[in-house]
Design a protein around this ligand. Structure first.
Ligand SMILES: N[C@@H](CCC[C@H](N)C(=O)O)C(=O)O
Length: 280
């Protein structure tokens, strides 16, 4: 059977989007492994199913390249909103999208009848170690906490944005051997549900730079939840300020993140690249 798909990205974090208002995918885990392959498939950081919801305008399910399901994806949620708006599934400028980490509300920026940008209320950052989760008896947030990874000690700050993140401040993220060190964090026993790892350098109180190794997908050009976690960690470590717009410079573009007592807000682009059909 052939089904249509749309290739979309947010700051270069690219997924294959399937309209499940019209089609049913029986085994999304295996499909993601096959079609995300950049040589033998369509190519992407995973797949995203756009599904009906009883409690929101649509429901998003996202799967990493290895087939694992992510509970939240900051870049994908903006693309889901673009798909829903541009395809007249819901033509509201404030949309709600249901995810495995709750319903998120977002404001859409429309130009010539299409959505190009969105500001997403990403909810509160979770700092309790048991809820990240990490394998530790600590009850206070882990801020600049020493973690041994093979022969080196890294100072980590852990944050959940509905999915687990481990943030490390370095001089220059471009000098980090990410394909070597990323998998060691991903497989570390300290993270029972694995982890997304962000390496950050601070340019000034309003600008930080980030590279990310995502659990299940490896290095990606951007991670929306990771950018939120990075700004929360930068505030907790005294590098940036709450209630201030911080630009996170990623390999694939910029995201603007604001950390407040009410929640974390992410503003960024959503781009549609091409439509196609795939045999499933
Ligand atoms: N790219 C994402 C996060 C995708 C899920 C992540 N790999 C996980 O399994 O937690 C983003 O933009 O937030």
């Amino acid at each position: 059977m052939k089904i249509p798909f749309t290739k979309m990205h947010g700051c270069g974090n690219d997924y294959i989007y399937i309209n499940c208002f019209e089609h049913t995918i029986d085994d999304p885990n295996t499909l993601s492994q096959h079609i995300s392959d950049r040589h033998f498939g369509i190519g992407g950081d995973g797949i995203v199913l756009i599904c009906p919801s009883d409690i929101a305008d649509a429901k998003m399910r996202m799967f990493n390249i290895d087939g694992s399901e992510g509970k939240m994806c900051g870049n994908a949620i903006r693309c889901v909103a673009k798909y829903v708006y541009d395809n007249n599934i819901a033509t509201k400028e404030v949309l709600t999208i249901d995810t495995l980490s709750g319903v998120k509300t977002m404001e859409l920026y429309i130009e010539n009848g299409k959505m190009n940008f969105a500001k997403v209320d990403m909810g509160k950052a979770i700092l309790e170690p048991a809820l990240i989760p990490v394998q530790s008896k600590e009850t206070n947030p882990l801020i600049n906490f020493p973690l041994q990874v093979e022969d080196k000690t890294y100072h980590i700050t852990t944050v959940s944005m509905g999915n687990p993140h481990c943030v490390i401040f370095v001089e220059d993220p471009m000098l980090v051997d990410l394909p070597l060190i990323g998998p060691k964090f991903e497989q570390h026993s300290f993270f029972p549900e694995s982890v997304n790892t962000e390496f950050i350098s601070v340019e000034n109180r309003k600008t930080i730079h980030m590279r990310v190794w995502e659990r299940g997908s490896g290095e990606t050009l951007a991670c929306g939840t990771g950018a939120c976690a990075a700004v929360v960690a930068a505030v907790l470590n005294g590098y940036c300020d709450k209630d201030s717009d911080i630009t996170v410079k990623l390999l694939g573009g910029d995201l603007i993140i604001r950390y407040t007592d009410e929640g974390v807000y992410m503003t960024g682009p959503a781009v549609s690249v091409f439509d196609g059909e795939i045999e499933v």
